[in-house]
Design a protein around this ligand. Structure first.
Ligand SMILES: [Zn+2]
Length: 218
């Protein structure tokens, strides 16, 4: 059973597919849990329209696939508190990006802000080992304490992914930390979707034995 919790649709400035296309592609590839997490910072992004469309899609594929509504939140600059205080109540999960970038939100400011979110919160395509070095902290410990899950992003755009696939030391540290994991293809167009990469990342999570976000349902 495969999970893919990172997909974009035409609600994102850089997404091309409809939510239905993303879900049908997931079903055709044996993905049991598919999450869509469009970019909140897209010009003209209509949060209510997005959520109601996603509810309709979830209901229409109810028996064939578990569809989750997420949001990918940019952290440069820090977004409006509406996302934390109101939007997060209507979402299944949020992913934060760019915390490992020099221009991203300060880690400690983020950890404070994170408390306002009522849905599961995770870090998208983030090199948490680089963050540990930058701040001189143990990010795995911080993530466990602050209930942050970690995404293994299989798009191929982020080098931490290739390192983690083969780095036994890092794999052992993640396993021992017990943090929750997720896997995301970061699909923006269907022709970028790679079933092979998605499968190997899901297999690695299963081998490590860490909990997977929404993995229990299957
Ligand atoms: Zn994304």
């Amino acid at each position: 059973m495969l999970c893919d919790l990172h997909n974009h649709t035409y609600f994102s400035y850089d997404g091309m597919e409809s939510p239905e296309k993303i879900v049908e592609n997931a079903i055709a590839n044996g993905v049991g849990v598919v999450g869509i997490c469009d970019h909140q910072f897209t010009d003209g992004f209509d949060f209510n329209a997005y959520v109601s469309k996603m509810r309709a899609v979830r209901d229409s594929y109810n028996n064939r696939c578990s569809v989750k509504t997420g949001l990918e939140i940019g952290t440069r600059p820090k977004p409006d508190d509406f996302l934390a205080k109101s939007a997060s109540k209507l979402l299944d999960y949020c992913l934060f990006e760019s915390l490992d970038s020099e221009k991203g939100m300060d880690l400690y400011e983020f950890l404070e802000w994170r408390r306002l979110f009522s849905c599961p919160v995770g870090l998208a395509h983030t090199d948490i080992f680089a963050l540990s070095e930058r701040y001189g902290v143990d990010m795995l410990k911080i993530m466990r304490e602050h209930e942050l899950f970690w995404e293994i992003n299989t798009s191929g755009n982020y080098t931490y992914y290739y390192d983690f696939l083969t780095n036994r030391t890092k794999q052992r540290a993640v396993k021992e930390s017990g943090i929750t994991l997720s896997v995301g293809s970061d699909t923006h167009q269907l022709y970028n979707f790679s079933l092979a990469k998605l499968t190997s990342a899901n297999q690695l999570c299963a081998e490590l034995g860490n909990p997977m976000l929404f993995g229990k349902e299957w």
